[in-house]
Design a protein around this ligand. Structure first.
Ligand SMILES: Nc1ncnc2c1ncn2[C@@H]1O[C@H](COP(=O)(O)OP(=O)(O)OP(=O)(O)O)[C@@H](O)[C@H]1O
Ligand SMILES: Nc1ncnc2c1ncn2[C@@H]1O[C@H](COP(=O)(O)OP(=O)(O)OP(=O)(O)O)[C@@H](O)[C@H]1O
Ligand SMILES: [Mg+2]
Ligand SMILES: [Mg+2]
Lengths: 270, 270
């Protein structure tokens, strides 16, 4: 049974895709088999792995909208990384919400991804789902196909504002379609460690998790994963070469931080 | 007749709100009357001005959905800034897309904001519309209520990927609902000036604009505005105090960069 983790934050540009690629690559480098799923019509995860969405005949879009398509037909191994597979996205994913709208009431539209990937995921140790910056149907599919959530975030004031709404949605999903959903933790991205703002925001988040300990809330056992991921230009450059930072710049702070993060995440396995 | 400028980029977290607040404050500081309009259900512009969206009886939401509500009733002056007004947002704005769906075919849903603000905007020299990270109905209202577009962006690889789609939408709007729409330019946000990545991306954007010179394309006269806005923690802290960086940290690089940007933008007035 693999660990299935959705990378979620409805705020844009906080590091969801960067964390999916590099946490995934770091886990794979340690010998684990990792499947990454791109649920974003922007297809940034797909692009970051050197795949051109315009060249794809089979993607998450066909998987969600065509009953005959199986996950085994869609999955691709990442070049040069034996333990790393991906279900890639295409821009047509943007249309999925309207196409599946009639299946929402029955709960079918929300669980297609889970149902379609149940077999494939057994070939992996970790499944990482990269979600778009919204709480719409694609993210909901991510939330129902996962058992755990990691929230990448920037330790900024406006980031805290969105957390309330995000956690409200997670709580609703847990009471509704996915009772096994928990929040594993937060990854601090693009972190500026020696600023008052960052330490204030981190203290807020840690306090929020502390006050949930011993309750039945989905984040009762959540943590702020060490280490924070420092700002590092190599992390922004790697996607333009279609590589993770681990292969693009193995000695960089970006590679080191994500390698350490992978150990924290793996250690926290329930 | 005021200059009406929409701050647009469907990629999240690139600096749209930060640019709206601080460009607006800098223009106002130079004596111009500036109206800012928050079109984002996240209400980050509203929060950044020290306004609590949960306390609002009248907002852009009521303006768009209730025929009897006028912009004059919704507008608020920003505390301590005589030339600065705002039409604030609330989280209910997220529901506007479904509420107005029946009016989309006639083009009415897309132009409500323009029609409702035509009178009020004459009291201002500049109108800045802060749009959400999407190309949905709220952004479309921003694009039809504006005559010019400024695209805040980060000089990163994935940022370029989204530009194509964004400009395609702008071109469609210009051929459809708003023939007077032009792209005034790009603001480089969170800029890391001495990196190869940044200079490559900036060169790409400048080349894209160059090749449009003398054509009828909406970006035929677009420029990359000087100066790039450097990363500066003061810009991230100011919202938590409900102030622009110009009042919060007037000697910071953030304040200086946005003051210079305001001069570039004002000079480029058609
Ligand atoms: N630690 C870092 N240092 C430098 N750049 C980073 C870092 N983390 C992410 N970036 C860059 O910041 C930008 C936003 O990151 P990313 O695309 O991962 O965020 P996201 O949350 O997935 O965005 P979206 O909401 O659009 O899906 C990208 O250009 C990425 O390369
Ligand atoms: N030059 C800068 N230096 C430091 N921090 C910045 C800078 N510009 C923006 N930020 C911070 O980066 C984050 C994202 O910026 P902002 O909210 O303005 O982007 P946005 O494009 O409006 O996002 P959204 O797509 O969610 O509306 C915010 O926390 C903001 O305070
Ligand atoms: Mg992403
Ligand atoms: Mg914003």
């Amino acid at each position: 049974e693999p660990r299935r983790i959705a990378l979620i934050n409805q705020k844009g540009g906080v590091g969801k895709t960067t964390t999916t690629v590099n946490l995934g690559a770091a886990l794979a480098a340690s010998g684990l088999r990792v499947l990454m799923i791109d649920l974003d019509p922007q297809a940034h995860l797909t692009l970051s792995l050197g795949i051109d969405p315009d060249d794809l005949d089979l993607s998450v879009y066909e998987l969600l909208t065509e009953t005959g398509v199986s996950a085994g037909e869609v999955v691709r191994m990442v070049e040069g990384s034996p333990n790393l597979g991906v279900l890639p996205a295409v821009t047509n994913l943007a249309g999925v919400e309207s196409e599946l709208s009639e299946m929402v009431a029955t709960g079918l539209a929300q669980t297609i991804l889970r149902n379609k990937t149940n077999d494939l995921v057994r070939q992996f140790d970790y499944v990482l789902l990269d979600c778009p910056p919204s709480l719409g149907l694609l993210t909901i599919n991510g939330l129902t196909a996962a058992q755990e959530i990691i929230v990448p975030m920037q330790a900024h004031f406006l980031a805290l504002q969105g957390m309330g709404k995000l956690f409200e949605t997670i709580n609703m999903i847990r009471q509704g379609i996915n009772p096994s959903l928990t929040v594993a933790g937060v990854v601090l991205c693009m972190h500026e460690a020696n600023t008052i703002l960052a330490s204030d925001v981190v203290a807020d988040v840690e306090g929020f998790f502390e006050s949930a300990r011993g309750t039945a809330l989905p984040w009762a056992n959540a943590e702020v994963y060490p280490p924070p991921i420092r700002r590092n230009i190599k992390l922004a450059e790697a996607p333009s070469f279609g590589q993770s930072v681990l292969t693009y710049a193995p000695d960089s702070n970006g590679a080191k931080d994500y390698a350490r993060l992978a150990r924290s995440v793996a250690k926290a396995a329930v």
